[in-house]
Design a protein around this ligand. Sequence first.
Ligand code: HEM
Length: 163
Amino acid sequence: MNWVPALARWLHILAGIMWLGLLFYFNFVQVPALRAAQADGTAAGIAKHVAPRALWWFRWAAVVTWLAGAALLGKDFASAFALEKSHLAIGVGAWLGTIMLANVWLVIWPAQQKALGLVAASDAAREAARRRAFLVSRVNLALAFPMLFFMAAGAHTAVYFGR
Ligand code: HEM
């Protein structure tokens, strides 16, 4: 067995499931649940006990997914990110995943810290942060679909492109 790509692929898929599973959880479960819970005054428990834990696993799974993906690319890293024809599909997938990672760490997490009251913010700033986190999380949800398509196409070019 070729240990580095074998373990990196396993870890990449494992962490990718954790990351996207939580992304789907936020978009399909937590956002509507919090909306309903705010209406009947039961949101505090979700905001205090569930969301911070989910966000911890979410943002670190994103990092592990990226690092294991980079390890999988190995010597093809530059070709993929330069979108060379030989690595176009995996390159597009890797770029989409990288944009998603940047969104997690540079926008969603800082905004969620304000929205959940983990860092101090005025009511207006908290509301703006909540909206920003929501919209960028929706962007990542939309990017996840083409990203997974290109990720699978990059790993199985014969199935997708017949070569
Ligand atoms: C956004 C999160 C990501 C998820 C959920 C994800 C998921 C996947 C999946 C399901 C595969 C298919 C594995 C297979 O069938 O063998 C794959 C392959 C791969 N991914 Fe990702 N990926 C993500 C981001 C990235 C990023 C950012 C990079 C690069 C930095 C990357 C690099 C790769 C490579 C090199 C392969 C193997 C391609 C091959 O075997 O030819 N992935 N990924």
